[in-house]
Ligand binder design. Structure first.
Ligand SMILES: [Zn+2]
Ligand SMILES: [Zn+2]
Length: 437
C-alpha cells in the first residue's frame, strides 16, 4: 500500500517565490520529528532539508515532497531520514550529509522497514528502494563548503549524535542556519554545537520551556543508582536507543564504574563500530574505543543467557518496544533486586510509557505486571530552553524560525523568550509557506 503517489498529493506551490526566500514545511513545522523543509528562491534554486517520519503508532509521514535535485540530511535519526528511500526512487535526488550519517543510514532504513512490517504499518517505499538511496549519497566534511547555483552550503557540527550536522546556507541576500537536532553541550560522544553568524536561524525547539538538570548531577544520580542495584546483588537493565544513547551510557559506566561487568546488546553495537570508523566525529575517539573493548558485546544466544548475571545490561529498544531489552526484562522481572533504569523519553503507546504509568508492559503479546524499581534519567542530547536562547543570541540571528517543537507546550515559552531578546520569531505550520526577505 502506498500512502501517497508521486505528483498527486504534493501541495507545494508550483511557481517559485516572487521575492525573498521561501520556506515550506512538509512536516516537522509544528510537531517534533517527521521533518521535511523545502527552501526556494525566485530563481528556482531549491533544496530539501531532511525527509523523515515520526515512528509513532501509527507513524506520521510528512506531506509529499515536490521534485528536488538536492536534499541535505542532517543526521541519521529516523525522524530525519525515514522517508528518503521514497525520495531517491521517485525524484532521483542527490543526498548530502556527513560520511557517518550515510554509513548509518543503511541500518536505519532496514530497521525502519522491519519495524513497519512487524507492526503492520504501511511504508511508502520498499526494501528495494534502499539500494538506490544508498547510491545517492554525496558526503561532505564539516566546514568544507560547496555550491548549488549561487548558494554556498556548509555543514557544521551539531552535537546531538556523532555525524549530526547543522546546515549553513549563504544566498546572495541572506545567510541561514538550520540547526537540525542540536545540542551546545558536550556529551560523552560529541562536542557541542558552536554558533554560526546568520541572518536567519531555523532552530529545533524540542525542549522549549524546559531546562535540563545539570549534566553532572544527572550522571551522578544514575551512577549512584547503578551502585545501589549491584550492591544488593541485582542487575540493572538499561534500555537505550541504538544511535547515540547506547554508546553514551556505556562510556559513562566505563568512566565511573570500570570494575563492573557491563553487557551490551542490540543495534547500538553496529552503530558504535561505524562511529569508531569515523573518529573525526567523536569528542574523544580513544574513550569510545576503550569503553567498547571493556564492555561485553552480546552476539549469540548463549551470550544473552550469560548477560543475565551481569551488573548492567544496556540494550535496545530504548522504549522497551521489542528488541532484546524485552527478552531481558522477561527474565529479570521476577527478582526484586533487579531494576530498570530508563535513559530517555518514553513516547505514548510504548512499553516504557506503560511501565512508568501502569507498572505493566506487554511481553511477547501478554500484558505482564512488573514489580521492579523503575527510574528515569534525562540524558537528552537536545539543547534545553536556555541553550537555545543563548545560541540564537550568539548567532546574532534577526529572524528565528522555531520548528521540531510541540506547538502548545514547548514552542510558546521559547517564542516569548526569543522575542524578548529582540529576535523576530516565526512559528511555522506544516503545509503553509513562509517568506523571509
Ligand atoms: Zn529529531
Ligand atoms: Zn535526532
Amino acid at each position: 500500500m502506498v500512502v501517497y503517489a508521486p505528483g498527486r498529493t504534493s501541495q507545494y506551490p508550483e511557481i517559485p517565490p516572487e521575492r525573498g526566500l521561501r520556506y515550506h514545511y512538509l512536516g516537522g513545522g509544528n510537531e517534533v520529528g517527521n521533518v521535511g523543509i523545502v527552501l526556494e528562491d525566485p530563481s528556482s534554486n531549491r533544496l530539501l532539508l531532511d525527509y523523515g517520519l515520526a515512528p509513532t503508532k501509527p507513524p506520521r509521514y510528512p506531506n509529499e515532497a515536490p521534485h528536488v535535485s538536492n536534499a541535505i540530511i542532517t543526521h541519521s535519526h529516523i525522524d530525519h531520514l525515514g522517508m528518503v528511500p521514497w525520495l531517491t526512487s521517485n525524484h532521483n535526488t542527490t543526498l548530502h550529509g556527513t560520511e557517518l550519517t550515510a554509513a548509518i543510514s543503511e541500518m536505519m532504513w532496514y530497521d525502519c522497514h522491519k519495524v513497519s512490517s512487524i507492526e503492520g504499518y504501511p511504508l511508502p517505499w520498499d526494501k528495494r528502494d534502499i539500494d538506490l538511496a544508498l547510491s545517492a549519497w554525496k558526503t561532505h566534511s564539516f566546514n568544507k563548503p560547496w555550491t548549488q547555483d549561487d548558494w554556498k552550503l556548509e555543514l557544521h557540527g551539531a552535537g546531538h549524535i556523532p555525524g549530526a550536522a547543522m546546515l549553513h546556507v549563504e544566498t546572495p541576500n541572506k545567510s541561514v542556519l538550520f540547526s537540525g537536532d542540536f545540542d551546545t553541550r558536550d556529551s560523552q560522544l560529541t562536542v557541542g554545537a558552536k554558533p554560526v553568524n546568520s541572518d536567519v536561524l531555523f532552530v529545533e525547539g524540542t525542549y522549549g520551556g524546559r531546562d535540563h538538570p545539570p549534566k553532572k548531577e544527572e550522571n551522578e544520580r544514575f551512577i549512584e543508582r547503578v551502585i545501589e542495584v549491584t550492591d544488593r546483588g541485582g542487575t540493572a537493565l538499561v534500555p537505550a536507543f541504538a544511535n547515540g544513547r547506547t554508546q553514551d551510557v556505556v562510556m559513562l559506566l566505563h568512566k565511573h564504574l570500570p570494575e563492573l561487568d557491563i553487557h551490551v546488546d542490540g543495534m547500538g553495537k553496529r552503530v558504535a563500530k561505524l562511529q569508531m570508523e569515523h573518529p573525526e566525529t567523536l569528542r574523544d575517539p580513544n574513550a569510545l574505543e576503550s569503553a567498547w573493548r571493556w564492555c561485553r558485546r552480546v552476539s549469540s544466544k548463549s551470550d544473552r543467557k550469560k548477560a543475565l548475571d551481569a551488573d548492567v545490561i544496556v540494550s535496545t529498544s530504548g522504549m522497551l518496544d521489542g528488541g532484546p531489552s524485552i527478552w531481558y526484562l522477561n527474565r529479570l522481572r521476577h527478582n526484586p533486586k533487579n531494576a530498570i533504569l530508563l535513559t530517555g523519553y518514553q513516547a505514548r503507546n510504548t512499553g516504557g510509557r506503560r511501565l512508568l504509568e501502569e507498572r505493566r508492559i506487554p511481553i511477547f503479546g501478554k500484558l505482564s505486571s512488573i514489580d521492579l524499581e523503575v527510574d528515569q534519567y534525562s540524558f537528552s542530547t537536545h539543547a534545553g530552553h536556555q541553550e537555545i536562547v543563548e545560541f540564537a543570541t550568539q548567532c546574532q540571528a534577526e529572524d528565528v524560525v522555531i520548528y521540531h517543537s510541540d506547538p502548545t507546550m514547548a514552542r510558546p515559552p521559547l517564542a516569548d523568550a526569543l522575542e524578548a531578546n529582540g529576535h523576530r520569531v516565526h512559528t511555522p505550520e506544516n503545509g503553509i509557506s513562509g517568506i523571509l526577505d
